[in-house]
Design a protein around this ligand. Structure first.
Ligand code: CUA
Length: 229
């Protein structure tokens, strides 16, 4: 999860987010190189007395400084496109979980298991325990098995919300009357925190998302208990 003074991305908890981090670093490096290059050129302009009264055009230099940025952009665009396509891939999911955005909470449905369903509300500050994170913990967490392909089906009941967990690399808009899909794999056992990221109304800031990533055998135990209730 994000902690104080975190400026870059959160640590990845899925292979997709790992790839996104690599792409972020790659693009940032290109950006730094361009900034230094242009900065040195601009400061160079201030510290010389060069003039050329008859210089009106320069075909060669204009060809060079048009083509070089175009090639640079290709080096960003191609990895970006590759990521867009692998992010959209659904590889034979082991379970499907449906989440619905409401004003202002999320509800979850495990349609593979006798339609287990529950609501997930933020824990208010007055009711927090010592181990709860303020504005970030919920009463009923979404439980997922790690190292298994999971399909999220995302929709909304009233206005547009957005189901977002940064460390998984998932951010899907929850739109009324529409089913959106995301697919991910959690690589370890952790708590994964996220927040709604579509400005959805007065309590937009108070509908966090918590996924509890546990071993598949514990997940079976949990879902069996949920079916009995
Ligand atoms: Cu739901 Cu913002």
């Amino acid at each position: 999860m994000a902690t104080w003074k975190l400026l870059l991305l959160q640590d990845s908890a899925s292979p997709l987010m790992e790839q996104l981090s690599f792409f972020h670093d790659h693009t940032l490096l290109i950006l730094v190189i361009i900034t230094i290059l242009v900065g040195q050129m601009m400061s160079g302009l201030f510290f010389n007395k060069l003039t050329h009264r008859f210089l009106l055009e320069g075909q060669l230099i204009e060809i060079i400084w048009t083509i070089l940025p175009a090639i640079t952009l290709i080096f960003i665009a191609l990895p970006s496109l590759r990521l867009i396509y692998i992010l959209d891939e659904t590889n034979n999911p082991t379970i499907s979980i449906k989440t619905i955005g409401h004003q202002w909470y999320w509800s979850y449905e495990y349609s593979d298991f006798k339609n287990v369903e529950f609501d997930s509300y933020m824990i208010p500050s007055q009711e927090m325990n010592n181990f709860n994170f303020r504005l970030l913990d919920v009463d009923n967490r979404m439980v997922i098995p790690f190292m298994s392909q999971i399909r999220m089906i995302v929709s909304a009941a009233d206005v547009i919300h957005s189901w977002t967990i940064p460390s998984l690399g998932v951010k899907v808009d929850a739109t009324p009357g529409r089913l959106n899909q995301a697919s991910f794999t959690s690589t370890r056992s952790t708590l994964l925190y996220g927040q709604c990221s579509e400005i959805c109304g007065a309590n937009h800031s108070f509908m966090p998302i918590v996924a509890e990533s546990i071993s598949p055998s514990y997940f079976i135990k949990w879902i069996s208990k949920m079916i009995e209730i």
